[in-house]
Every structure is written in structure tokens, then in C-alpha cells.
Design a binder for this molecule. Structure first.
Ligand code: ASP
Length: 458
């Protein structure tokens, strides 16, 4: 059995949904279908999830939301019209959409989560109806009924392990099962969504819980590339990669597959195949356990970069001899409920790297003041102009010269390296550079390991 998940662009229009129907029909093993909300139809378009966030904000502020509801409804209507569905499905969708405005929620966070989740919920209802209409028996499955249980934050949920036992109970049906992605229910019955892009997580959870042979993740690119194709011209396609390579690359900026989505698939040892809805015969990228991937001839699988990080730099003479310095620092982070991503240290220096998207300016200011007062460093700097380059490959640990080649690629092109971290993960080298240098850093490293003659500088 295969779990097939379709991203927002694959479900953005009737024409796209038609491709999805053909893909499902082409393989009788594609029994479990996971939907995203309709995504962008063109560059400047707004995703249904973002329209729902707008709807939620308008309801919270007591503003007029009618135009937003109409815009959301039209997205489903367009797909329904394409297949000439009878009216009842759209009537149901419109009813559920309108009911949101008068439903009571515990607080604004719960309200936002429930509104957002409706993008996928309504789409799963619609896609199940389209499949049936096209002669492919299908059944919409409510995550509450299936037992997809979550905890944590309403808009950044974690799956509860009891979910897997619940999903294992689902018996094979004589119909395709259509699940909405992106959300689950708390044991109290509240809707919590995963982080943005989280329909990938649902697909991964279902693959593990239902013990799929393969998790196919359909998106809008032929495969995952070794570098961002907006940065490097015609980057190489990654045919096969390991789970941990995917995890490191998606964490550091590869957006094809959601950052945390790989984890349930790894736990269940389910292979993942990223494929293109617009070109389904292309083999895509296969993501598998490490032992099936390592090739000593190619130490590097991919190079990612991300500007979503900031760094706190502290300098203090004899820091290495001082007992409890880092402990006090970590206690400050705990007080502010802040998690950090990396903490490379030197004898007198320490850099802490944070995910900037999780911090606001007021928190940063208060945090820096607190660090100053409590630790009295000789020098403290908050560095917003920070980018991380992640060079990833199962072969790194087996090739002693990889790091020197990476450093040469940058220094020979006058790119200053502010931080290097290798060793914590045996399969990646992380570098900190100034934001302005990030794209060129990727290009030069790519040139060194992939195709020396084809670098285009910006
Ligand atoms: N629709 C949600 C989002 O836009 C989840 C997803 O597409 O995976 O983030």
C-alpha cells in the first residue's frame, strides 16, 4: 500500500486536480490520499491557508469578512465546476466555512488553528467527492475518527504516539481513503495544526501508522535538486538520499519537503519518494535509510542556505576556565522560553544561533540586556545579518579533504566564514556567513563538488 500526498499547487485548480485523479487511478496501491489546501494558481495568487488566516483575523477583530469567505469558497467552487459535481458537496463546504465565524474557541490561538485546518479539511471532502464522481470509490476520513492525536501548541502541534496504534486499526477498504493533511485533534477534541507546510507531516504519520510500502509526496518539481535552482543554474538532481541528509537539508532551507516531516517515516523506516504531479513518470527523489545511499565517489549530496537565523556572539577572556557560564546562559534562555539551534564555542568565545522567525525584537532586546547583566561578557553582539550554509552528504565522514575544499571554495572567492561547525553531525558541515554572501557561497561550493565550469555569479 502507498500513501500519496499532494501539495497545494497540485490541488490549486480543476486541471491540476485532474492530474491528481489520473495519478491515483494509475496505481491501485495508491490507497491512502492526503490533501493540502488549494495553493497558488499563479505567482501573485494567495493560498487558501493564507485566506483562512485573513478570515480568522477579521473574525477576531470584528471586521467584515464576507469578501474573504467568498474568495475561499470560489477556490473550491472552481474545482467543483471543473468536474461538474452536483451541488451538495459545495453546499456542505460553504456551510462549514460560514459556521467557523460563529463557533466559540478557547482563545485566539485555538481559533486560528481551527480556521487554518479547514483549508485541508474542505479540500479532502471535495477530492473524495471528485474521485467518487469520476468512478473511483473514495471515502473522506476525519482525523478525529482515525485517531490522529496531537499535543503541544495549537499552531505547532506534535503528534502523540497513541496515534500510531489508532492508525494501525484501520482496515483495508474497498475505497481510497482521503485524509486532510496538516492537523490533528487533541484528546480534548480541539483542532491543532502542524507547522506551515505540515501536510507532509500527516502523510509521514499515516505512512508509519498504516505501515505503507512507500510514501509518495507529489509536488511541483521533478526531483529535489542538489542546490536551489534560483541560485545555481540547472543544479544536479538528487536521485537518492538518506533520511538524515533530507532532514539536514530541509532544516537549512530546502523547501520541497517540510523540515520535520521525515521523522515519522524514519521511525517506521518507510521509503519516501518525492515526485512531480506535472510529470509523474519522472522517477523523482527517493529518500531511504543511510546504508542504501553512501557512495564514496560523491561526498556531497546537497548544499542548502538559509537566512532565517540570527546569532548572539559573546566574548569573554578565559571563558573556557569558568565553571557555570554556559549554564547561566541556558537558564536565561529557559526563562524566556527560547530554544537555540546551535552553539559553537571557542576558548574565549561563544556563538549561539537562533531561528530568527521564532523571536521578536522586544524579546531579543530583553534577552541581550539580561545576558549583559548576568554574565558580564567583555563583548556581546546580536548579529541579524547572518546566513547559514549547510553542506550535506553521507560521504563527508569518509572523505578527509571535504572541509578543506569547502573552505578553499569560499576563501579563494573572498567570502569570510564567521563560523564552522563540523563533527556534531557526521554528515554535514555548517558555515555561518554574512547574508549578502549566502548565494555566492552556495555557488562556489557547488562548483567545487559538482560541475566546476558552470558557475554563474550574481
Ligand atoms: N496548507 C498548509 C500551508 O500552507 C499546509 C501545507 O500545505 O502543507 O502551510
Amino acid at each position: 500500500m502507498k500513501v500519496v500526498k499532494f501539495g497545494g499547487s497540485s490541488l490549486a485548480t480543476g486541471q491540476q486536480v485532474n492530474k491528481v485523479i489520473n495519478i491515483i487511478q494509475a496505481d491501485s496501491d495508491r490507497q491512502v490520499v492526503v490533501t493540502s489546501a488549494p495553493g497558488k494558481r499563479f505567482d501573485k495568487d494567495i493560498k487558501v491557508t493564507d485566506l483562512l488566516i485573513q478570515y480568522a483575523t477579521q473574525v477576531q477583530q470584528g471586521a467584515d469578512f464576507q469578501a474573504t469567505v467568498t474568495a475561499i469558497s470560489q477556490r473550491y467552487q472552481e474545482i467543483s465546476d471543473y468536474f461538474q459535481l452536483p451541488d451538495d458537496t459545495l453546499t456542505l463546504i460553504n456551510k462549514k466555512l460560514a459556521a467557523l465565524a460563529t463557533t466559540k474557541f478557547a482563545d485566539d490561538e485555538h481559533l486560528l488553528a481551527a480556521f487554518k485546518a479547514h483549508g485541508e479539511l474542505l479540500n479532502a471532502i471535495l477530492i473524495a467527492a471528485v474521485l467518487n464522481h469520476q468512478g473511483i470509490p473514495a471515502k473522506f476520513v476525519d482525523p478525529r475518527v482515525a485517531g490522529i492525536l496531537v499535543t503541544g501548541h495549537p499552531n505547532d502541534a506534535d503528534v502523540l504516539s497513541s496515534t500510531y496504534a489508532n492508525l494501525a486499526q484501520i482496515k483495508p477498504h474497498n475505497a481510497r481513503l482521503v485524509f486532510p493533511g496538516f492537523f490533528g485533534y487533541t484528546p480534548d477534541g480541539d483542532i491543532y495544526t502542524f507547522a506551515r507546510g505540515g501536510s507532509d507531516i500527516t502523510g509521514s504519520i499515516l505512512s508509519r501508522g498504516m505501515n505503507a510500502d512507500l510514501y509518495e509526496n507529489f509536488t511541483d518539481v521533478d526531483a529535489i535538486y542538489a542546490a536551489n535552482n534560483h541560485v545555481v543554474d540547472h543544479p544536479a538532481i538528487i536521485q537518492k538520499m538518506s533520511y538524515r541528509e533530507m532532514r539536514e537539508l530541509s532544516y537549512a532551507g530546502f523547501s520541497v519537503f517540510q523540515d520535520e516531516a521525515i521523522i515519522p517515516a524514519v521511525q517506521g523506516q518507510i521509503p519516501v519518494n518525492v515526485k512531480n504531479t506535472n510529470n509523474p513518470s519522472a522517477p523523482g527523489t527517493l529518500i531511504v535509510p543511510s546504508q542504501f545511499v553512501f557512495n564514496p565517489a560523491t561526498p556531497i549530496t546537497g548544499i542548502a542556505s538559509s537566512r532565517r537565523f540570527s546569532a548572539l556572539y559573546l566574548h569573554r577572556y578565559l571563558l573556557n576556565k569558568e565553571v557555570g557560564f554556559t549554564l547561566k546562559l541556558l537558564q536565561i534562555f529557559k526563562r524566556y522560553n527560547i530554544s537555540y539551534d546551535h552553539m559553537p564555542t571557542g576558548i574565549d568565545d561563544l556563538t549561539v544561533i537562533f531561528d530568527r522567525s521564532k523571536l521578536d525584537n522586544a524579546t531579543i532586546k530583553a534577552l541581550c540586556n539580561d545576558v549583559h547583566k548576568t554574565l558580564d561578557p567583555d563583548y556581546l553582539e546580536w548579529i541579524d545579518d547572518y546566513a547559514i550554509i549547510m553542506v550535506v552528504g553521507e560521504g563527508i565522514a569518509h572523505n578527509i579533504d571535504t572541509i578543506s575544499k569547502v573552505i578553499d571554495a569560499l576563501t579563494q572567492n573572498n567570502i569570510a566564514i564567521h563560523m564552522i561547525n563540523q563533527g556534531a553531525s557526521q554528515i554535514s558541515i555548517m558555515l555561518g556567513v554574512q547574508s549578502k554572501d549566502a548565494d555566492n557561497a552556495v555557488r562556489y561550493i557547488y562548483q567545487t563538488f559538482f560541475q566546476p565550469s558552470e558557475v554563474t555569479n550574481s
